[in-house]
Write a protein that binds this ligand. Structure first.
Ligand SMILES: Nc1ncnc2c1ncn2[C@@H]1O[C@H](COP(=O)(O)OP(=O)(O)OP(=O)(O)O)[C@@H](O)[C@H]1O
Ligand SMILES: Cc1ncc(COP(=O)(O)O)c(N)n1
Length: 545
């Protein structure tokens, strides 16, 4: 008997479709062995020693998008976040020598052309690009994507293009697949009297320039984002047919209140050049570029580079280097810390005016909380990947039961309270719920972070309250809440806190940015719960207790 034959005509369309798709995947798999692992993108730009704009921005943006970067320099600039002090433009022949050094040796999948400075440099790039495209056509190599950033001025207002070069620049625009003017550059290309002051005008100018030059236009609206409003919108205008029709799309983003936007335009255009070959449409590439850009701008203020308009953070998706998790947390948690230190529950404890009933309520909720908290410390011990940390969390779990729970019990006995009828408040349940949800992620690092504030905020408070009691010349031994204050200002508790913080720092240093942010979020939410936890001591009537 012969083997069954899978002839196309005998199969249903879905089966044949699936078979063809699978065959395609298999063929792609076979080809992958010879395919380059990275797209290769060329930057033709001027330099920026402060590392925020020009060639340096392009290289960093390429790396952030996972592509390999080549660079040919049109000019060397002495500039920083405050402005440009000097420019040396390359000899056109030397620029061509650099460009040939790349194109004679390697394939270019895409390129970003930025500052071109002089008409001679524009002509040099034009000649080289024309020859390259002809060569690729002859060899059957895919035409590289060309993103042209018509750089005319720096944010500082310094001219980066001579007046004569502007006309030459207009002449090479049709060689680009897309141009990326900012607000003043778009107005210059549209021969408008005034730069756009609102998004509708930006859109109509982009439409006009797209029609005039027959290339797609990505109009950067950064200057409008600075004017006000919550959103920052760019315009994508594309020729929609061969008849001069233009389709526009608004590329929306969040406006970031920052003056650190040096090099945003360069970064956006090089990111587009890196992303376009990875996307099906300009719109897709534009949306991805805008989202990434937004993250980089949002992280810019924390870089602390320069005294003027600082650069964006190209590495915003990596955990901060040089800034420990603990320092980052302590800084970010400051508003919550300040609220805790100033809240009436705490200040009335220090000056001994807090009622014993209020304190007893708080204490019992804390008892309930600690039952879960100590079980989470034990869980952290079981998850720890190092022996010393396993021991630390196991001891912290048993120490918590030993000191805090025993203190609570003795306090009830001493003051004649019987908390047995009290049940878990909503606030307590919410805090415990948060910690359990974080623990359920299965991550040891997040678990270590979510339990951290209960150490650190208490240790900080214990220390400060003890000082305040001392400053009021009250003997902590006779203070009605002295024993509680002593417990959290005790050197042994401080030492445990330090160890817990060090563990979080170690785990954060080894974490991905995603995990780092999960850790940070877990710790910050716990800190907010700590505030509410104290607050409930005074709001318990409203809670129905
Ligand atoms: N404050 C901001 N908030 C959010 N996005 C911004 C902000 N400023 C700029 N952008 C975005 O950054 C990208 C670059 O736009 P921008 O208008 O700053 O370019 P540019 O003026 O050419 O920059 P540069 O000349 O500094 O290189 C755009 O996507 C823009 O929307
Ligand atoms: C080499 C070079 N290219 C472009 C810019 C524009 O960037 P910005 O407007 O942020 O200064 C620049 N400053 N330097």
């Amino acid at each position: 008997m012969s083997e069954p034959q899978y002839q196309q005509s005998n199969e249903t369309p879905s089966v044949t479709g699936a078979m063809a798709a699978l065959a395609q995947l298999e063929a792609a798999g076979e080809r992958a062995a010879d395919a380059p692992s990275r797209l290769r993108i060329l930057s033709i730009e001027g330099s920026d020693p402060i590392g925020g704009a020009g060639t340096m921005a392009d290289m960093k943006a390429f790396t952030a998008q996972g592509v390999f970067g080549y660079a040919a320099m049109t000019s060397v600039l002495a500039q920083n976040t405050q402005g440009v002090t000097s420019i040396v433009n390359m000899e056109p022949d030397f620029l061509v020598a650099q460009l040939n050094a790349v194109s004679d040796d390697a394939i270019i999948d895409s390129m970003k052309i930025g500052m071109l400075g002089t008409p001679e440099l524009v002509e040099a790039v034009k000649g080289w690009l024309t020859a390259l495209e002809q060569h690729y056509r002859d060899e059957g190599i895919a035409k590289p994507v060309v993103v042209l950033d018509p750089v005319m001025y720096a944010k500082s207002g310094d001219a980066l293009l001579t007046e004569q070069a502007e006309q030459a620049l207009r002449d090479i625009i049709p060689m680009a697949d897309i141009i990326t003017p900012n607000v003043p550059e778009l107005a210059a290309l549209a021969d408008a009297d005034q730069p756009a002051a609102d998004i509708d005008t930006l859109e109509s100018m982009a439409r006009e320039v797209c029609k005039r030059y027959g290339v797609a236009v990505y109009a950067k609206g950064g200057a409008l984002a600075l004017v006000g409003g919550a959103s920052s919108t760019d315009i994508l205008a594309e020729p929609s047919d061969g008849q001069g029709e233009v389709r526009t799309t608004r590329i929306e983003g969040r406006a970031v209140r920052t003056h650190n936007v040096h090099g945003t335009g360069d970064t956006l255009s090089s990111t587009l050049a890196a992303l376009r070959p990875q996307c099906d449409t300009w719109e897709q590439a534009a949306r991805r570029a805008k989202t990434w850009m937004n993250g980089a701008i949002a992280a810019a203020d924390r870089l602390h580079v320069g005294k003027g308009h600082g650069p964006v953070d190209f590495t915003w998706q990596h955990a901060p280097t040089g800034l420990r998790f603990s320092a980052d947390y302590w800084n970010r948690v400051r508003p919550i810390r300040e609220r805790i230190h100033g809240m009436r529950f705490i200040t009335s404890m220090v000056d001994a005016t807090l009622s014993l009933e209020d304190f007893a309520f708080y204490l019992h909720q804390d008892d309930i909380y600690l039952t879960d908290y100590t079980s989470l410390l034990a869980l952290a011990s079981s998850r720890a990947d190092r022996l010393d940390e396993r021991v630390f969390f196991a001891q912290a779990a048993s120490g918590g039961v030993d000191s805090e729970v025993m203190f609570h019990h003795n306090w009830y006995v001493k003051h004649g309270f019987d908390p047995s009828g009290t049940s878990r408040s909503e606030v307590t349940a919410a805090y415990i719920g948060h910690e359990h949800r974080v623990a359920d992620s299965g991550s040891y690092a997040r678990l270590a972070a979510v339990v951290m504030p209960c150490f650190w905020l208490y240790a900080a408070m214990g220390k400060e309250m003890r000082e305040q009691v001392r400053n009021k010349h009250i003997d902590v031994d006779t203070h009605p809440f002295g024993e509680w204050i002593r417990m959290y200002s005790d050197p042994e508790f401080t030492e445990s806190t330090l160890r817990e913080v060090q563990i979080c720092d170690r785990l954060a240093a080894e974490a991905s940015i995603d995990e780092y942010e999960h850790m940070m979020h877990a710790a910050l939410v716990s800190s907010e719960h700590e505030f509410r936890f104290f607050e409930q001591g005074l709001t318990r009537p409203a809670l129905g207790f």
